[in-house]
Design a protein around this ligand. Structure first.
Ligand code: CA
Length: 233
């Protein structure tokens, strides 16, 4: 079974927010929601979301500014803007700031669910969130049971989160700071202690590498971070 996709909904109108949470929970998503713009930005920057639904007119900070800030930190974060503003100019502004899609209120819930699924598919989320990750040393990680298949090796939830995050971005090295923000939930402007990441990587290597002193699965890329190597079909 695929892992549940996680959504963040930033919407100040209570009726719409509560309705959207119900709809997406019903469709099998894990949903987090917030009504205030700044709180939304904070969650967006520190949480791990597969997709963010972002209203434009919000108290504290508007959706365009939030989208721009999200993009400055993570170019790949899927975002759909939700808004009552329907002029072409707004749509262009939303898309220029990097939203993946734009839905005008009032919208049909069925339409919205389909658009969310489409954006997640384009982002490669959903089908590719495998339960099993086959590492390039042929060990297979079971992400549901937090273990290596056919072994007694168990992972902590945090170790698995790090492993899955690296796996989701396996086309590039992931900087330590990015892991601290996306997996640990540190704010990006906080004084960051990157040694925490190194300690967890060392623990992961002891569990997944054939020779932890010469890692071939989670490789250190000098000056760039950690990169995971997995088997691809
Ligand atoms: Ca609003």
């Amino acid at each position: 079974m695929a892992e549940k996709a996680k959504l963040l909904i930033v919407e100040d109108e209570t009726a719409i927010r509560v309705g959207l949470v119900d709809v997406f929970v019903f469709h099998g998503y894990e949903v987090d929601s917030v009504e205030h713009g700044e709180a939304g930005l904070h969650k967006a920057l520190t949480g791990l979301y597969d997709l963010i639904l972002l209203d434009v007119m919000l108290p504290g900070m508007n959706g365009f500014d939030i989208c721009q800030r999200i993009r400055e930190q993570d170019r790949q974060q899927p975002v759909i803007m939700l808004t009552a503003k329907t002029s072409d100019e707004d749509i262009v502004q939303g898309l220029t700031l990097g939203a993946d899609d734009y839905i005008a209120k009032p919208f049909s819930v069925t339409q919205l669910v389909l658009r969310v699924q489409a954006v997640l598919r384009r982002a490669g989320i959903g089908e590719q969130q495998q339960r099993e990750i086959c590492l390039n040393n042929n060990r297979v990680v079971d992400t549901d049971n937090l273990n290596i298949m056919d072994s007694n090796t168990l992972f902590t939830r945090r170790e698995m989160d790090v492993l899955q995050y690296l796996h989701r971005h396996c086309d590039r090295p992931v900087p330590r700071e990015e892991l601290l923000v996306k997996v640990w939930g540190y704010a990006s402007d906080m004084e960051i202690e990157t040694r925490t990441v190194d300690i967890h990587i060392a623990k992961l290597r002891r569990k997944i590498e054939i020779d932890p002193a010469n890692p071939e699965v989670i490789v250190t890329v000098r000056g760039a971070g950690y990169r995971i190597f997995v088997k691809t079909e």
